[in-house]
Design a binder for this molecule. Structure first.
Ligand SMILES: Nc1ncnc2c1ncn2[C@@H]1O[C@H](COP(=O)(O)OP(=O)(O)O)[C@@H](O)[C@H]1O
Ligand SMILES: [Mg+2]
Length: 225
């Protein structure tokens, strides 16, 4: 299913002495390509997370619409949107997002515990953990993992329901070069298997993995590759 945005924009009200309107995202049309790794770069504060959050159903735009296939995200109820996100989207957030009271396997299976049956989920979780090279850590607790291992666990969690669209917001910000390469290459492989992958990063290394590159500058998105 194609993810597509029409005329989306976002304004925030900032209270700094006088109240003023701040445009975090100027009016933007965007279609995410299937089976490709799309990279968005840009300076801190340029609006990258704002765009990603709008596209992934987390932040409603001031104007415009977002569609997954025929379904309009922000025309749905909260519950319908949550279910759509759970089934069709994988999200790798900025910073750490492990649940520290759950072990690695339980963290990866979390999307299943919210909605629906585990089905083949447990088997697939083992496959994903092997793919991420952390199979032997399935019973470990997050605080026993390195930053890179925890990040790979988060990627496995984002992929557990075989989502059509994967969003990653600076997923390598706290990783060393070696783990950064691993994460980019895993995202690339996921795209090659057919998912639409949207990666926000300011690592230049991401360019060699990217099929398409955009740059965000003061809320304006430009295609670069
Ligand atoms: N909830 C909010 N209220 C007010 N301003 C915000 C809010 N969220 C983000 N911003 C502002 O919007 C701009 C873009 O933020 P963001 O999308 O997080 O940038 P990036 O991810 O590129 O670093 C920043 O200047 C930020 O301060
Ligand atoms: Mg950001």
């Amino acid at each position: 299913m194609i993810l597509r945005a029409e005329g989306i924009s976002k304004q925030f009200i900032r209270k700094s002495g006088t109240t003023n309107v701040f445009i975090a995202l100027s009016e933007t049309d965007f279609t995410l390509s299937e089976g490709k790794l799309t990279v968005i770069t840009g300076r801190s504060g340029s609006g990258k997370s704002t765009l990603l959050n709008i596209l992934s159903g987390l932040l409603s735009p001031t104007q415009g619409r977002v569609y997954l296939g025929e379904q309009e995200l922000y025309a749905m109820s909260d519950k319908e949107l949550s279910i759509l996100r759970n089934r069709h989207f994988g999200f790798i957030p900025q910073g750490q997002s492990a649940i520290f009271t759950l072990n690695v396997m339980e963290n990866v299976l979390l999307p299943y515990s919210l909605y629906g049956e585990y089905g083949e989920g447990r088997e697939y979780a083992k496959e994903l953990l092997a793919l991420m090279d952390i199979a032997e850590l399935k019973d470990a607790m997050p605080n026993e993992l390195s930053g890179g291992e925890m990040r790979r666990m988060t990627i496995a969690r984002a992929m557990i329901r075989k989502p059509e669209v994967i969003f990653a917001d600076e997923p390598t910000g706290d990783l060393d070069d070696e783990n950064t390469e691993v994460v980019f290459s895993l995202l690339k492989q996921t795209a090659q298997k057919g998912a639409s992958v949207l990666l926000v990063t300011h690592e230049n290394d991401a360019y060699e993995y990217a099929d398409e590159v955009y740059k965000m500058s003061k809320g304006v998105l430009h295609r670069e590759k």
